[in-house]
Design a protein around this ligand. Structure first.
Ligand SMILES: Nc1nc2c(ncn2[C@@H]2O[C@H](COP(=O)(O)OP(=O)(O)OP(=O)(O)O)[C@@H](O)[C@H]2O)c(=O)[nH]1
Length: 475
């Protein structure tokens, strides 16, 4: 007896102790010739209580040739579970792997956790002869995912139908697949929940994934899944009209994809006034390029908010004119141009006469109306290139690029009259007022803008001292 046979017989002992009778065809090789014999193994209880094995050599009804013996041997040793049932699902035989896993479960239905489902499979087999499925199977002490192959065959002994069932465990693969499905679904939920437009392209520029926010940004009515597989070059061509610079939009896409080097961010302006921020991220896995991700974010509201903040930060809220901060920036720019480009420029300082009396007698709110009227008069009567500002209180400045002293003086007098007339004409204003105006010029020799504003201030005070409602010049 070979060592392998000895081991196999030792494995049978616990089964025999449970009362099982094992029928097998064994191969013997007397004189080098293979002979098969039907052996029946059963347990006997020895005098000392141990289990012994009784092997009966029965006359074999079939004599197996060498290749059938090999096939039997293979079935015996394969880790795949092989079971054979009669047409009613009663167990005829099974290999050691099936026996070990399913000891005590002897019908076709008992092998399945869902017995009704097993019944349906039995019916189905009658029509289809064979089928394969992944399902949860019942084992001796657990339930496992199995891949099951079934086929209808003919029992060589009885000529009746028999069912051959091969199974192997796929629980690990199923667990992995479930985990993958869960994380894919989680990712989809996250992607759909984002309010940024996402478009994932593969290395051949086909759409791999796109979300609803992307479709919304570009007014695409089709559902995101309908875009999967679409050619991204064609998609970009058809949507370039959304942008103020369609060709620039196309060229930048090609440039980024050619470079494939790093993440990049662009600001895109759209023809309908929206602003989009677009980021490009190339995807490399193990140094292999696998396409890229585009992320589009609508930043219109943010841009408008920023523009609003900038405007508010440079505007006087009462009159809507540029404020002191904005005046200083403009004055510095003009002063630089005067120095570097030999530009001529004038500066007017305008101050309301006896404004305190107006405030004191009529109240601050009425005084404010006067300030607004003065601002409106400046806005209406100045050139587009002039920059009127409210410097604070009832003091206004006007920067006038390209002005000579004579021109500035003439305009100052004209403004003075226009303001006085406006206060008379304005029905909502229960008082009149005049202004005093100091006129000066920006000089290339001025150290800074304080020098020029101090000169305008001095000219304005000169006008006040000379009796108000007049223009004085310090050029
Ligand atoms: N209504 C209103 N008044 C302001 C504002 N800012 C400053 N004033 C007032 O402007 C007046 C300026 O008065 P003063 O600088 O004394 O000069 P004035 O009365 O205009 O006299 P002169 O400049 O010498 O002609 C004060 O009463 C301030 O309260 C403002 O935003 N609104």
């Amino acid at each position: 007896m070979s060592e392998a046979t000895r081991r196999r017989l030792a494995d049978y002992l616990p089964r025999l102790a449970e009362g099982e009778v094992i029928d097998e065809h064994w191969s013997f090789y007397p004189g080098g010739q293979a002979v098969s014999m039907h052996c029946r193994c059963s347990g006997i209880v020895m005098g000392d209580g141990r289990t012994g094995m009784l092997i009966e050599g029965l006359e074999s009804e079939i004599s197996l040739d060498a290749s059938s013996l090999r096939a039997l041997e293979a079935v015996r040793h394969t880790p795949m579970m092989v079971s054979v049932f009669d047409g009613h699902g009663r167990l005829l035989m099974r290999n050691p792997a099936a026996f070990e896993a399913r000891r005590g479960l002897t019908s076709f239905k008992a092998c399945f956790t869902d017995h009704d489902f097993a019944g349906q499979i039995l019916e189905q087999l009658k029509d289809e002869q064979r089928c394969s499925l992944d399902t949860i199977m019942q084992l001796r002490d657990s339930e496992r995912w199995h891949h099951v192959d079934l086929c209808l065959a003919t029992d060589p002994k009885t000529g009746l139908p028999m069912i051959v069932m091969g199974e192997f465990d796929i629980t690990e693969r199923k667990t992995l697949e479930t985990a993958q499905r869960v994380s894919k679904h989680q990712l989809e939920v996250v992607i759909e929940g984002l309010d940024v437009g996402l478009l994932l392209e593969d290395e051949n520029r086909r759409v791999v994934m796109v979300n609803q926010a992307f479709c919304d940004l570009f007014a695409i009515e089709a559902p995101p899944e309908a875009l999967v597989g679409m050619d991204c070059r064609e998609a970009a061509q058809s949507s370039k009209g959304f942008f103020t610079e369609p060709e620039g939009f196309m060229a930048r896409i090609e440039e980024l994809i050619m470079e494939r080097s790093k993440q990049a961010r662009d600001l895109l302006t759209m023809a309908d006034g929206r602003f989009l921020e677009r980021s490009y991220t190339p995807l490399f896995v193990a140094n292999q390029y696998h396409g890229h991700l585009w992320v589009y974010r609508d930043i219109t509201r943010q841009r408008r908010q920023e523009a609003d903040w900038v405007r508010k930060a440079s505007t006087d809220p009462l009159t809507g004119l540029a404020n002191r901060r904005s005046f200083e920036e403009s004055a510095r720019r003009v002063a630089r141009a005067v120095k570097e480009e030999e530009l001529q420029a004038a500066l007017l300082m305008i101050d309301i006469d006896r404004f305190k009396t107006i405030n004191d007698t009529l109240g601050h709110a009425e005084g404010d109306k006067g300030l607004r009227l003065l601002a409106d008069t400046l806005r209406v009567n100045l050139r587009n290139s002039d920059l009127p500002c409210r410097n604070g209180g009832e003091e206004f400045m006007v920067i006038m690029p390209g002005m000579t002293q004579e021109e500035a003086q003439t305009i100052a007098w004209r403004l003075l009259r226009q303001i006085a007339e406006a206060t008379i004409e304005a029905e909502e204003l229960p008082f009149h007022f005049t202004v005093s105006i100091g006129v000066t010029g920006f000089k290339p020799t001025d150290a800074n803008i304080e020098t020029v504003t101090q000169r305008a201030d001095a000219a304005m005070y000169q006008a006040k001292h000379e009796g108000r409602n007049r223009v004085a010049v310090r050029w």
